[in-house]
Design a protein around this ligand. Structure first.
Ligand SMILES: CC(C)NC(=O)[C@H](Cc1c[nH]c2ccccc12)NC(=O)[C@H](CCCC/N=C(/NCCC(=O)O)S[C@H]1O[C@H](COP(=O)(O)OP(=O)(O)OC[C@H]2O[C@@H](n3cnc4c(N)ncnc43)[C@H](O)[C@@H]2O)[C@@H](O)[C@H]1O)NC(=O)OCc1ccccc1
Length: 229
């Protein structure tokens, strides 16, 4: 299936970071069990209570120094280093574990905790550990700092580029994602349309599991490492 110059496009979700100690969203004690999505991950929630939202992301950003990339992150970095063809990681995760695991080509389609975004001019800068609502933008000085994450109802980042990569994929794999959030959940169908071979890595079948030709069931740290070896 994998010939030396295959283009491999990889979509990851919260499940790839679970074994590093970062909660997933839909687990019993997951993030969405502790917080109402509407309150912390929508533009309306931010307008209603910016402090609640900024503190939600401050707490997740403060956790990053206490967690490490796991074997699945490192295996993807090895694949990118050793494979002759293109290896593209598209992540829904806002953590920095792919980069710390050694991956070079990573698209954060839902944003990143480590950067701040100016809602007025679009400027980005390294996020302070503790961001406060109304922090001034270092470029336009407007009091318009916000977390650099894509909230529900907002357009994910780099969509045109991502659809191009999907249309060129020879192999499409999804790791640790439940397939409930769009447009990411629709990527497997896009890749299949382009003729890619599709593999799902998860503890269980996702909501779009029937779109995948192959399933590798188990913890990503083992299944991804075995697949890359
Ligand atoms: C809930 C859902 C119904 N709603 C949506 O999808 C909405 C609306 C919508 C759009 N199109 C639709 C079509 C149909 C229905 C609804 C929609 N989508 C949007 O609003 C998106 C924006 C969505 C982004 C929201 N922001 C996030 N994150 C950033 C913030 C933050 O992080 O706080 S979403 C956030 O939740 C999602 C969580 O999902 P997962 O990562 O999969 O995590 P989950 O916990 O669910 O699952 C973990 C999985 O791992 C597995 N696992 C666990 N441990 C392991 C392990 N150890 N090993 C392996 N696997 C493991 C588990 O079994 C499980 O399967 C991720 O995307 C994550 O980024 N914007 C948009 O559509 O704009 C317009 C548009 C339209 C077309 C084209 C372009 C634009």
């Amino acid at each position: 299936m994998i010939h030396s110059r295959s283009k491999i496009v990889i979509l990851t979700g919260a499940g790839i970071s679970a074994e590093s100690g970062i909660e997933t969203f839909r687990a019993e004690d997951g993030l969405w069990a502790q917080h109402r999505v509407e309150d912390v991950a929508t533009p309306e929630g931010f307008a209603r209570d910016p402090k609640l939202v900024v503190d939600f992301y401050n707490s997740r950003r403060a956790q990053l120094p206490d967690v490490e990339p796991n074997a699945a992150h490192r295996a993807l970095a090895r694949l990118e280093a050793e494979h002759d063809g293109e290896v593209i990681v598209i992540t829904q995760n806002v953590d920095d574990l792919h980069e710390r695991g050694g991956s070079q080509t990573v698209f954060h389609m839902h944003g990143a905790l480590k950067t701040a975004l100016c809602a007025a001019c679009g400027h980005r800068w390294p996020a302070p550990i503790v961001m406060a609502p109304g922090d001034p933008c270092p470029s336009c000085h407007a009091p318009a700092a916000r977390p650099d994450v894509v909230w529900f109802g907002e357009m994910p980042y780099d969509m045109d580029l991502l659809f191009r990569h999907l249309s060129e994929a020879d192999i499409f794999i999804a790791i640790g994602t439940s397939g409930n959030v769009y447009p990411a959940a629709g990527f497997v169908a896009e890749a299949r349309r382009a003729g890619a071979h599709t593999i799902e890595f998860n503890l269980e079948r996702s909501s779009v599991g029937n779109h995948f030709e192959e399933h590798r069931t188990g913890p990503a740290s083992r299944t991804v490492t075995d697949w890359v070896e």
